[in-house]
Design a binder for this molecule. Sequence first.
Ligand SMILES: Nc1ncnc2c1ncn2[C@@H]1O[C@H](COP(=O)(O)OP(=O)(O)O)[C@@H](O)[C@H]1O
Ligand SMILES: [Mg+2]
Length: 221
Amino acid sequence: MQISIRNLKKFYNDKLILDIEHLNFPNGKITGLVGPNGAGKSTLLNIISGLDQRYSGSVRYDNKNLDEDVLKKMTLVFQKSYLLRRSVYENIEYPLKIRGIPKSQREKEVEDILKKLGIAELRNKKAHLLSGGESQKVAFARALIFKPQILLLDEPASNIDSDTVEDFERQIINFNREIGATVVMITHNTRQAKRICDKVIYLKNGRVDRPNEIFKSAFGE
Ligand SMILES: Nc1ncnc2c1ncn2[C@@H]1O[C@H](COP(=O)(O)OP(=O)(O)O)[C@@H](O)[C@H]1O
Ligand SMILES: [Mg+2]
């Protein structure tokens, strides 16, 4: 799904936080949102996710307004994840359970994703006792498991150690390629954005810094 933003304005109190005339997140691509603290990145992602509806302007999904159908196909992974006070396994299984997927299939899919993300040893741990980086991987697994068409990631790798961050990045790329999902990822790390994003948007003071917008086709146009 393509996400298109037109004439978006967002205020907090009297302060203009976002002012974006025109911005597209291309269908099936990974778009990075980069910018300093307070630039409005999380605010923009929350608006795209439908969580924040207090803005003016339009956000369209394949030329449609946000509706139940879009909401069902979209997921947002927060920078600080909200995991259930249950095992890692149960956390990742949850989205499949609420969609009525049979137990044997759930088991297979959860085991697959645990292995893929290199977190099989966390399987039986209580999710609320995990480290920051471990929680981010579990939250990511839980988001991927139902194969969303739109995946919104708010600094998904901010707590992941440098030894495994490139594996993690590879998983984002793999997911995007396998599913053809539209991925929007916030990152502080410009180099990380350049490694994995097809398109990078720089946000500063709530505005798009156009001259710095770059396109990358390293992962196939
Ligand atoms: N709930 C809120 N109430 C008032 N101001 C907010 C709120 N959330 C964010 N802001 C302000 O909006 C601006 C953008 O914040 P945010 O989108 O979180 O930035 P980023 O994610 O780029 O660091 C900041 O100046 C922040 O202080
Ligand atoms: Mg933020």
